[in-house]
Design a protein around this ligand. Structure first.
Ligand code: NAD
Ligand code: DAU
Length: 352
């Protein structure tokens, strides 16, 4: 048996592939276009491991996807590949429509043709697992209950709108064609291999470099943080036992305001790598807010717990300490991802 993973060189995808192969010998075919966010170095520990077959390619390339399905005959597709950064979607939404909408459509059509030709047990066992986000539900006020699977879709950014569109396609391919799909909508992840354009890794690498820590608006926006390996275990649980056509919210029961996240990162760095210049919090700088910035996300993760027995293993305190320590232990990884195109992004977003 084999699974096909898309986007497995990105942050969550690479953690998923590493985690999968730590727990099982079932091979992974990993299709990734290696955009700025894809980094084969995340998977260096699998070099020479026959259980990991890496293919550089685009999910929009139907012929390539067809070839991979017929050559490897996977029992499941776990679909991570996406443009994932909200700020980039504001600067340039086109790539988000291309990969997140067209790419998901291409995969669904290829999966439908492949699954349609399967028979017996192989046909019954096949799954298309779509990895999505809580951002499709829009923004909560402080008094609202957390997002449940039944909340209406109210996406507010080009990124979340493109993910919402992909979720709708996946739903329709199940209802119309019977494709055996499951979808997970997860909250903000953090952990090793997180690209330093996102809040937590950006704050760690900027602090260590003595650069400003840019906090958007008043810093009181709330996100619900989940350590990345807990997201991986949630996906495994839904892939194994989720009901066909259903969606499952995955979250950490960890609502935190951005400014508190930044202060926590500063305090951990003060403890683990004190700066001669004084506390890292001196670098906190309030900057112009993100256009259309969602105020609060929070996940009601009771369905996945009730039906599949999943709960996060990490608390925020254990997960954030591991994360800060990982960045301290991997300065070469940080230096390499910060070269080249990364510099252009930082200058466009924070100086432009
Ligand atoms: P990421 O940006 O770190 O990685 C995306 C990966 O997809 C990269 O390896 C990239 O090279 C690849 N990719 C992009 N376009 C491609 C294409 N056209 N064909 C093939 N590969 C392509 O993203 P991430 O943070 O790891 O997120 C992975 C998935 O999880 C996304 O679908 C995202 O919407 C979802 N998600 C992310 C979070 C989060 O907090 N990061 C939370 C919930 C859901
Ligand atoms: O909720 C799940 C989503 O979480 C995923 O679907 C997205 O792929 C992922 O990128 C993430 O989106 P966010 O926009 O919440 O993550 P980001 O790390 O970009 O920002 C987190 C919060 O921090 C957000 O309120 C914006 C704020 N922020 C971010 C950056 C990069 C700042 O204040 N300063 C910054 O420099």
């Amino acid at each position: 048996m084999t699974i096909l993973v898309t986007g497995g060189a990105g942050f969550i995808g690479s953690n998923f592939v590493l985690d999968w192969l730590r727990q099982s010998d079932e091979p992974v075919v990993n299709l990734d276009a290696l955009t700025y966010a894809g980094n084969p170095e995340n998977l260096a520990s699998l070099d020479g491991d026959a259980r990991h077959i890496f293919v550089k390619g685009d999910i929009c390339d139907r012929a390539l996807v067809d070839t991979l399905l017929s050559a490897h005959k996977p029992r499941a597709i776990v679909h991570f590949a996406a443009e994932s950064h909200v700020d980039r979607s504001i600067h340039g939404p086109g790539a988000f429509i291309k990969t997140n909408v067209d790419g998901t459509f291409t995969l669904l059509e290829a999966a439908r043709a492949y699954w349609g030709a399967l028979e017996g047990d192989a046909k019954a066992a096949f799954r298309f697992h779509h990895v999505s986000t809580d951002e499709v539900y829009g923004s909560l006020t402080p008094a609202d209950p957390p997002f449940a699977e039944t909340n209406p879709y109210e996406p507010n950014s080009p990124y979340s709108a493109s993910k919402a569109a992909s979720d709708h396609l996946v739903r329709a391919w199940h209802h119309t064609y019977g494709l055996p799909v499951v979808t997970t909508n997860c909250s903000n992840n953090y952990g090793p291999y997180h690209f330093p354009e996102k809040l937590i890794p950006l704050m760690i690498v900027n602090a260590l470099a003595g650069k400003p820590l840019p906090v958007y608006g008043d810093g009181q926006q709330i996100r619900d943080w989940l350590f990345v390996t807990d997201h991986c275990s949630g996906i495994r649980a839904v892939l194994a036992g989720g009901k066909l056509g259903e969606t499952y919210n995955i979250g950490g029961w960890n609502e935190k305001a951005n400014i508190d996240i930044v202060k926590t990162v500063c305090a951990l760095l003060d403890e683990l790598k004190p700066s001669a210049e004084g506390p890292y919090s001196r670098l906190i700088t309030y900057v112009k807010d993100r256009p259309g910035h969602d105020r609060r996300y929070a996940i009601d993760a009771r369905k996945i717990e009730r039906e599949l027995g999943w709960r996060p293993a990490e608390t925020f305190e254990t997960g954030i300490r591991k994360t800060v320590q990982w960045y301290l232990d991997h300065p070469e990884w940080v230096a390499r991802v910060q070269s080249g195109a990364y510099k252009d992004w930082v200058s466009k977003q924070y100086n432009g």
